[in-house]
Design a protein around this ligand. Structure first.
Ligand code: SPV
Ligand code: MG
Length: 292
Protein backbone atom coordinates (compact mmCIF):
# COMPACT_ATOMS: atom_id res chain seq x y z
CA UNK A 1 0.00 0.00 0.00
CA UNK A 2 1.31 3.46 -0.85
CA UNK A 3 2.09 5.87 1.97
CA UNK A 4 -0.44 8.33 0.58
CA UNK A 5 -3.12 5.63 0.80
CA UNK A 6 -2.02 4.82 4.35
CA UNK A 7 -2.45 8.44 5.41
CA UNK A 8 -5.82 8.71 3.69
CA UNK A 9 -7.02 5.49 5.35
CA UNK A 10 -5.85 6.75 8.72
CA UNK A 11 -7.93 9.90 8.28
CA UNK A 12 -11.01 7.88 7.32
CA UNK A 13 -10.52 5.59 10.31
CA UNK A 14 -9.84 8.24 12.95
CA UNK A 15 -11.68 11.26 11.55
CA UNK A 16 -8.64 13.35 12.50
CA UNK A 17 -5.04 12.33 11.93
CA UNK A 18 -2.65 13.65 14.56
CA UNK A 19 0.79 14.15 13.17
CA UNK A 20 3.96 14.89 15.13
CA UNK A 21 6.92 16.89 13.90
CA UNK A 22 10.24 15.08 13.65
CA UNK A 23 13.76 16.13 12.71
CA UNK A 24 15.58 12.79 12.80
CA UNK A 25 15.00 9.06 12.40
CA UNK A 26 15.07 8.75 16.19
CA UNK A 27 12.37 11.37 16.75
CA UNK A 28 10.27 9.77 13.97
CA UNK A 29 10.54 6.38 15.68
CA UNK A 30 9.58 7.87 19.06
CA UNK A 31 6.56 9.57 17.47
CA UNK A 32 5.44 6.24 16.05
CA UNK A 33 5.86 4.48 19.40
CA UNK A 34 3.86 7.25 21.10
CA UNK A 35 0.90 6.53 18.81
CA UNK A 36 0.80 9.36 16.27
CA UNK A 37 -0.75 8.78 12.85
CA UNK A 38 1.99 10.43 10.85
CA UNK A 39 5.25 12.37 10.83
CA UNK A 40 5.61 16.04 9.91
CA UNK A 41 9.01 16.42 8.26
CA UNK A 42 9.24 19.96 9.53
CA UNK A 43 11.51 22.51 7.89
CA UNK A 44 11.58 24.47 11.13
CA UNK A 45 12.78 21.46 13.13
CA UNK A 46 15.46 20.44 10.64
CA UNK A 47 16.71 24.04 10.44
CA UNK A 48 16.85 24.18 14.24
CA UNK A 49 18.76 20.89 14.30
CA UNK A 50 21.49 22.67 12.32
CA UNK A 51 21.17 25.78 14.54
CA UNK A 52 19.88 27.68 11.53
CA UNK A 53 16.89 29.96 11.18
CA UNK A 54 13.99 28.58 9.14
CA UNK A 55 14.53 30.98 6.21
CA UNK A 56 15.18 28.65 3.24
CA UNK A 57 18.78 27.93 4.29
CA UNK A 58 18.31 24.16 4.40
CA UNK A 59 18.61 22.68 0.92
CA UNK A 60 16.14 20.31 -0.68
CA UNK A 61 18.74 17.52 -0.61
CA UNK A 62 19.34 17.96 3.11
CA UNK A 63 15.62 17.76 3.81
CA UNK A 64 15.06 14.91 1.36
CA UNK A 65 17.90 12.87 2.89
CA UNK A 66 16.26 13.27 6.27
CA UNK A 67 12.87 12.23 4.88
CA UNK A 68 14.49 9.09 3.46
CA UNK A 69 16.17 8.32 6.76
CA UNK A 70 12.92 8.87 8.66
CA UNK A 71 11.04 6.64 6.21
CA UNK A 72 13.61 3.95 7.03
CA UNK A 73 13.14 4.25 10.78
CA UNK A 74 9.36 4.52 10.97
CA UNK A 75 6.42 3.01 9.15
CA UNK A 76 4.25 6.11 9.61
CA UNK A 77 3.22 8.20 6.62
CA UNK A 78 5.39 11.30 6.27
CA UNK A 79 4.03 14.72 5.37
CA UNK A 80 6.99 16.58 3.93
CA UNK A 81 7.25 20.32 4.48
CA UNK A 82 8.66 21.55 1.17
CA UNK A 83 8.28 25.22 2.10
CA UNK A 84 7.86 27.30 -1.06
CA UNK A 85 8.73 24.36 -3.31
CA UNK A 86 12.39 25.43 -3.70
CA UNK A 87 11.50 28.20 -6.18
CA UNK A 88 9.37 27.97 -9.34
CA UNK A 89 6.99 25.37 -10.83
CA UNK A 90 9.89 23.38 -12.31
CA UNK A 91 11.50 23.08 -8.88
CA UNK A 92 8.15 22.03 -7.40
CA UNK A 93 7.77 19.29 -10.04
CA UNK A 94 11.27 18.00 -9.28
CA UNK A 95 10.48 18.07 -5.55
CA UNK A 96 7.20 16.15 -5.95
CA UNK A 97 8.96 13.44 -7.96
CA UNK A 98 11.76 13.15 -5.41
CA UNK A 99 9.62 13.19 -2.27
CA UNK A 100 7.17 10.66 -3.65
CA UNK A 101 10.08 8.36 -4.55
CA UNK A 102 11.61 8.89 -1.11
CA UNK A 103 8.50 7.34 0.44
CA UNK A 104 6.63 10.43 1.64
CA UNK A 105 2.82 10.38 1.77
CA UNK A 106 2.30 14.07 1.06
CA UNK A 107 4.01 17.38 0.49
CA UNK A 108 2.93 20.74 1.85
CA UNK A 109 3.74 23.65 -0.43
CA UNK A 110 3.22 27.21 0.86
CA UNK A 111 2.36 30.42 -0.99
CA UNK A 112 5.23 32.56 0.32
CA UNK A 113 8.04 34.05 -1.74
CA UNK A 114 11.35 32.20 -1.90
CA UNK A 115 13.41 32.59 0.23
CA UNK A 116 10.77 32.38 2.94
CA UNK A 117 10.80 33.61 6.52
CA UNK A 118 9.56 31.35 9.29
CA UNK A 119 5.87 31.98 10.06
CA UNK A 120 5.66 32.43 13.81
CA UNK A 121 8.49 34.91 14.40
CA UNK A 122 7.48 38.35 15.71
CA UNK A 123 7.43 40.98 12.92
CA UNK A 124 8.70 38.49 10.33
CA UNK A 125 9.03 39.60 6.69
CA UNK A 126 6.06 37.74 5.24
CA UNK A 127 5.71 38.08 1.48
CA UNK A 128 3.31 36.03 -0.60
CA UNK A 129 3.47 35.14 -4.26
CA UNK A 130 0.33 36.01 -6.22
CA UNK A 131 -2.55 33.55 -6.23
CA UNK A 132 -1.95 32.96 -9.96
CA UNK A 133 1.72 32.18 -9.41
CA UNK A 134 0.90 29.70 -6.65
CA UNK A 135 -1.87 28.04 -8.67
CA UNK A 136 0.90 27.67 -11.25
CA UNK A 137 2.78 25.55 -8.71
CA UNK A 138 -0.15 23.40 -7.54
CA UNK A 139 -1.26 22.35 -11.03
CA UNK A 140 2.16 21.00 -12.09
CA UNK A 141 2.56 19.33 -8.68
CA UNK A 142 -0.69 17.43 -9.25
CA UNK A 143 0.33 16.59 -12.82
CA UNK A 144 3.71 15.25 -11.63
CA UNK A 145 2.73 12.81 -8.89
CA UNK A 146 2.73 9.23 -10.09
CA UNK A 147 0.16 7.91 -7.61
CA UNK A 148 -3.11 9.82 -7.14
CA UNK A 149 -3.03 8.97 -3.41
CA UNK A 150 0.15 11.03 -2.92
CA UNK A 151 -1.22 14.23 -1.45
CA UNK A 152 -0.46 17.75 -2.56
CA UNK A 153 -1.42 20.01 0.34
CA UNK A 154 -1.61 23.73 -0.42
CA UNK A 155 -0.74 26.01 2.46
CA UNK A 156 -1.83 29.59 2.52
CA UNK A 157 0.08 32.07 4.62
CA UNK A 158 -2.43 34.88 4.04
CA UNK A 159 -3.27 35.13 7.75
CA UNK A 160 0.41 34.96 8.69
CA UNK A 161 1.03 37.87 6.27
CA UNK A 162 -1.84 39.85 7.89
CA UNK A 163 -3.85 39.85 4.67
CA UNK A 164 -7.09 38.86 6.36
CA UNK A 165 -9.66 36.11 6.13
CA UNK A 166 -11.19 37.16 2.81
CA UNK A 167 -7.80 36.88 1.08
CA UNK A 168 -7.08 33.57 2.82
CA UNK A 169 -10.41 32.16 1.64
CA UNK A 170 -9.96 33.49 -1.88
CA UNK A 171 -6.57 31.81 -2.11
CA UNK A 172 -7.78 28.57 -0.54
CA UNK A 173 -10.65 28.27 -3.05
CA UNK A 174 -8.25 28.94 -5.94
CA UNK A 175 -5.84 26.27 -4.65
CA UNK A 176 -8.70 23.81 -4.24
CA UNK A 177 -9.82 24.52 -7.81
CA UNK A 178 -6.23 23.91 -8.96
CA UNK A 179 -6.47 20.39 -7.55
CA UNK A 180 -4.95 20.60 -4.05
CA UNK A 181 -5.99 17.64 -1.90
CA UNK A 182 -6.16 19.68 1.30
CA UNK A 183 -5.72 23.26 2.47
CA UNK A 184 -3.36 24.08 5.30
CA UNK A 185 -4.32 27.31 7.02
CA UNK A 186 -1.71 28.75 9.35
CA UNK A 187 -2.17 31.45 11.98
CA UNK A 188 0.11 33.12 14.48
CA UNK A 189 -2.70 34.52 16.63
CA UNK A 190 -2.47 33.55 20.28
CA UNK A 191 -6.07 32.35 20.29
CA UNK A 192 -7.99 30.01 18.00
CA UNK A 193 -10.38 32.80 16.92
CA UNK A 194 -8.73 33.55 13.58
CA UNK A 195 -8.42 29.94 12.46
CA UNK A 196 -11.83 29.10 13.94
CA UNK A 197 -13.44 31.85 11.89
CA UNK A 198 -11.68 30.69 8.69
CA UNK A 199 -12.81 27.11 9.27
CA UNK A 200 -16.43 28.17 9.87
CA UNK A 201 -16.41 30.26 6.70
CA UNK A 202 -14.82 27.50 4.56
CA UNK A 203 -17.40 25.83 2.30
CA UNK A 204 -14.89 24.09 0.06
CA UNK A 205 -14.97 20.34 -0.37
CA UNK A 206 -11.37 19.68 0.55
CA UNK A 207 -10.46 19.15 4.20
CA UNK A 208 -8.38 21.55 6.25
CA UNK A 209 -5.04 21.03 7.99
CA UNK A 210 -4.02 23.13 10.99
CA UNK A 211 -0.84 23.67 13.01
CA UNK A 212 -2.05 25.00 16.39
CA UNK A 213 1.37 25.94 17.81
CA UNK A 214 0.35 29.54 18.55
CA UNK A 215 -3.10 28.66 19.92
CA UNK A 216 -2.53 25.48 21.95
CA UNK A 217 -5.91 25.68 23.67
CA UNK A 218 -7.42 24.29 20.46
CA UNK A 219 -7.10 20.64 21.43
CA UNK A 220 -8.27 17.65 19.44
CA UNK A 221 -11.71 17.62 21.07
CA UNK A 222 -12.32 21.17 19.83
CA UNK A 223 -10.74 20.49 16.45
CA UNK A 224 -13.07 17.54 15.84
CA UNK A 225 -16.11 19.72 16.57
CA UNK A 226 -15.44 21.76 13.43
CA UNK A 227 -16.07 18.70 11.26
CA UNK A 228 -13.83 20.16 8.53
CA UNK A 229 -10.30 19.50 9.80
CA UNK A 230 -8.66 16.23 8.73
CA UNK A 231 -5.12 16.67 10.05
CA UNK A 232 -3.63 18.42 13.05
CA UNK A 233 0.12 18.91 12.91
CA UNK A 234 2.12 19.41 16.11
CA UNK A 235 4.66 21.55 14.35
CA UNK A 236 7.76 21.88 16.51
CA UNK A 237 7.24 19.85 19.66
CA UNK A 238 9.92 17.25 18.97
CA UNK A 239 12.73 19.79 18.79
CA UNK A 240 11.33 21.80 21.72
CA UNK A 241 11.05 18.64 23.83
CA UNK A 242 14.63 17.71 22.90
CA UNK A 243 15.92 21.19 23.81
CA UNK A 244 14.01 21.16 27.13
CA UNK A 245 15.41 17.75 28.04
CA UNK A 246 19.00 18.54 27.05
CA UNK A 247 19.01 21.91 28.78
CA UNK A 248 17.76 20.37 32.03
CA UNK A 249 20.09 17.37 31.98
CA UNK A 250 23.19 19.34 30.94
CA UNK A 251 22.53 21.96 33.66
CA UNK A 252 22.22 19.27 36.33
CA UNK A 253 25.45 17.55 35.31
CA UNK A 254 27.28 20.87 35.42
CA UNK A 255 25.71 21.75 38.81
CA UNK A 256 26.34 18.32 40.34
CA UNK A 257 29.79 18.01 38.77
CA UNK A 258 28.98 14.42 37.85
CA UNK A 259 26.39 11.90 36.74
CA UNK A 260 25.54 10.52 40.20
CA UNK A 261 22.13 12.27 40.45
CA UNK A 262 21.00 12.53 36.86
CA UNK A 263 21.57 8.89 35.99
CA UNK A 264 18.33 7.68 37.55
CA UNK A 265 16.28 10.38 35.79
CA UNK A 266 17.22 9.63 32.19
CA UNK A 267 16.60 6.50 30.12
CA UNK A 268 19.15 3.73 30.63
CA UNK A 269 21.57 2.90 27.83
CA UNK A 270 19.55 -0.27 27.26
CA UNK A 271 16.67 1.87 26.01
CA UNK A 272 18.97 3.38 23.40
CA UNK A 273 20.15 -0.11 22.44
CA UNK A 274 16.49 -1.06 21.95
CA UNK A 275 15.84 1.95 19.70
CA UNK A 276 18.99 1.15 17.72
CA UNK A 277 17.84 -2.43 17.12
CA UNK A 278 20.81 -3.91 18.96
CA UNK A 279 18.78 -7.04 19.77
CA UNK A 280 18.51 -8.06 16.13
CA UNK A 281 22.21 -7.32 15.57
CA UNK A 282 23.04 -9.80 18.32
CA UNK A 283 20.66 -12.39 16.87
CA UNK A 284 22.22 -11.99 13.44
CA UNK A 285 25.69 -12.30 14.90
CA UNK A 286 24.70 -15.62 16.46
CA UNK A 287 23.16 -16.75 13.21
CA UNK A 288 25.63 -15.57 10.65
CA UNK A 289 29.00 -14.82 12.24
CA UNK A 290 30.94 -18.04 12.65
CA UNK A 291 32.05 -18.63 16.23
CA UNK A 292 29.68 -16.08 17.84
C1 SPV B 1 7.41 23.85 10.21
O1 SPV B 1 7.31 23.12 11.21
O2 SPV B 1 8.43 23.92 9.53
C2 SPV B 1 6.26 24.67 9.81
C3 SPV B 1 5.27 25.05 10.83
O3 SPV B 1 6.20 25.04 8.65
S1 SPV B 1 5.71 26.64 11.38
O4 SPV B 1 7.08 26.61 11.82
O5 SPV B 1 4.78 26.97 12.46
O6 SPV B 1 5.53 27.55 10.27
MG1 MG C 1 7.98 24.86 7.63
Amino acid sequence: MSMGRKLRDRIVLTGLAHVMAAHSPLSARLAEEAGFDGIWASGFELSALYCLADVSLISMSQHLDMVRAMADSSSLPIIADIDTGFDNAINVMHAVRQYERAGAAAVVNEDKCFPKVTSLVEAGRQELVTTEEFVGKIEPAIATRSCPDFMIIARTEALIADQGEAEALKRAYAYEAAGADMILIHSKQKTADEVGSFVRAWVGEKPIVIVPTAYPEMNEMRIRQSGKIAIVIYGNHAIRAAVTAMQEVFARIVKDRGLHNINRDIVPVDEIFRLQGMGSIKENEMRFLPGS
